[in-house]
Ligand binder design. Structure first.
Ligand SMILES: Nc1ncnc2c1ncn2[C@@H]1O[C@H](COP(=O)(O)OP(=O)(O)OP(=O)(O)O)[C@@H](O)[C@H]1O
Ligand SMILES: [Mg+2]
Length: 494
């Protein structure tokens, strides 16, 4: 029985699934989760390095997750909706009919690697880095925008009658209203100027994207169109907050103060710290959110975390959960999951995944163990870069689907030599945008959010520093073998 009072519906449109939470205003500091729903998603790989999702399927997964979460008897009590979304993935649709004009090109997609290399060779790297805050890389939306326009509007490329948008923008378009995007999501397109928070004409020029096809950039509190066709909610419930998924998780950790560092372990991983200290070598500077003013974050992204387990599961005809139960000490086996190149801090789009250290005695459980170790090693590599920018990181706040795995959390503390605090709520992206929406609806204050209990458990660092150094050195040797341009580290920045 859900006690009386207003409710917030939060939706997190992730890469592997859409998740929904119904959050009540009651409880200390507000924000008690009273119901949940989710709906899985598929992705396709039409060619090597290509990763697509179906924009229509994404929207239907949102509808399904909401229908599974919200009992019709509670629908009229929902006073506001918050929306958290996977970032960088890009859709193109017809402005008049709303019909997709192409697939959603996933953030994981590498089809634009050659164009990216051409732009680097032409010397575009420094301008792109300075204006967008991020190294030139196929993960961001800008190169996908150019590809979508070339493939689906090859004429005069003015994109007349078409809308380009990240997942937030696409889902909001299902509600009607203006073509809009939230500033934190816009920041991850690589077309927005991180300082002015507007589309940057020089970037539009570099990537060949006409301004008319892009949405208007609005703060994280909107204005956004109210919901429509989202049963059992009545039409017209306001959307009061939209955040990028990684940013929303940071918000839920209460990480709006400089110095807090979190890692979200989902399909990929994102390590983020609030604060702007100018250039951040190997990392991205992006707008975290604009709730009561713009807040900047430094961030490093890892392309394959849970995705590596998904890949092993496909290979062995099993599931990630079942495989995780088999995980063993990898005993010298390394799996470097550079399936779609390497992200932070290497930024090597041409890297390819590799397994090393195999013997005829290598077991499946050791491969699973190696996949888990790779998640922890990659997060530690980014933490080392974050540390150079924000100072010593003693505690890592952890969230995301993969943090359900105790072995991974223990490994992370061991490999990093840092304390790891795991949030009891795994779907923290959902909870974070619920917090932001409730704030906008006046259900709680910043102070109440700040002081709310954040339940979780802690994993203490174990082992000797010398052992850690040796393990990291062996990992880095394995990483170096996957990087065709290992001698060109940071080339995109030069
Ligand atoms: N019981 C479990 N224990 C550990 N890991 C799990 C479990 N169930 C699912 N996972 C892993 O969690 C991952 C999904 O996590 P999550 O739902 O946070 O990702 P996502 O939001 O879809 O992706 P992203 O945030 O990167 O867009 C899957 O890749 C899967 O391997
Ligand atoms: Mg997620």
């Amino acid at each position: 029985m859900v006690s009386a009072g207003p409710l917030i519906l939060a939706v997190d449109q992730g890469t592997s699934a859409t998740k929904a939470l119904l959050v009540a205003a009651g409880g200390p500091g507000g924000g008690e989760v009273v119901a949940r729903g989710s709906a899985p998603l598929t992705e396709t790989h039409p060619r090597p390095g290509w990763v697509e999702q179906d924009p229509g399927e994404l929207w239907q997964s949102v509808r399904l997750a909401v229908a599974r979460c919200v009992d019709p008897s509670l629908a009229s009590r929902v006073v506001a909706v918050g929306l958290s979304t996977q970032r960088e993935s890009l859709a193109l649709w017809d402005r008049r009919t709303g019909e997709p004009a192409g697939p959603l090109i996933s953030w994981q997609d590498q089809r634009t690697t050659a164009t990216c290399a051409d732009l680097v060779a032409a010397g575009a790297g420094p301008l792109v880095r300075a204006a967008s805050g991020m190294p030139l890389d196929p993960m961001f939306s800008a190169l996908k925008a150019r590809w979508l326009l070339d493939a689906h509007d090859p004429g005069d490329r003015r994109g007349a009658g078409l809308c380009l948008g990240t997942v937030d923008s696409w889902l909001l378009s299902r509600f009607g209203g203006e073509h809009v995007t939230e500033v934190g999501n816009a920041s991850r397109t690589q077309l927005m100027n991180v300082a002015t928070r507007q589309w940057d004409e020089r970037l539009l020029d570099v990537f060949g994207v006409p301004a008319g096809v892009l949405p208007a950039i609005v703060p994280s509190g909107g204005p956004f169109p109210a919901v429509r066709d989202l049963a059992p909610l009545p039409d017209g419930v306001p959307v009061l907050a939209v955040l990028g998924d990684s940013h929303a998780a940071m918000f839920a950790h209460g990480g709006w103060r400089p110095g807090v560092v979190k890692a979200t372990y989902g399909t990929g991983s994102s390590v983020m710290a609030i604060g702007d200290r100018g250039d951040a070598p190997g990392l991205c500077r992006s707008v975290a959110w604009d709730v009561t003013g713009p807040v900047l974050a430094v961030e490093g992204n890892i392309r394959a975390s849970g995705r590596t387990l998904g890949w092993l599961a496909e290979l062995f005809g099993s599931t990630a959960e079942a495989l995780l139960a088999e995980a063993e000490d990898p005993d010298g086996v390394h799996l470097v999951p550079a399936f779609g190149g390497l992200g932070a801090p290497w930024w090597e789009p041409g890297a390819r995944a590799a397994l090393s250290g195999l013997t005829l005695g290598t077991r499946r459980g050791e491969l699973v163990g190696a996949a888990l170790e790779a998640v922890a090693f990659q997060v530690e590599d980014v933490l080392a870069a974050v540390q150079q920018t924000v100072g010593e990181v003693r505690v890592l706040l952890a969230d995301g689907g993969l943090t359900r795995n105790d072995r991974l959390m223990r490994l992370q503390a061991e490999i990093s030599g840092r304390r790891v605090f795991r949030s009891a709520e795994h779907d923290l992206s959902c909870l974070g945008v619920a917090h932001a929406a409730g704030l906008a609806a006046g259900l709680w204050t910043f102070e109440e959010l700040e002081n709310r209990p954040r339940p979780g458990d802690t994993f203490e660092p174990a082992g000797e520093p010398a052992g850690r150094t040796a393990r990291l050195a062996a990992w880095h040797e394995a990483v170096a073998r996957t990087r065709p341009g290992a001698d060109r580290k940071g080339a995109a920045d030069e």
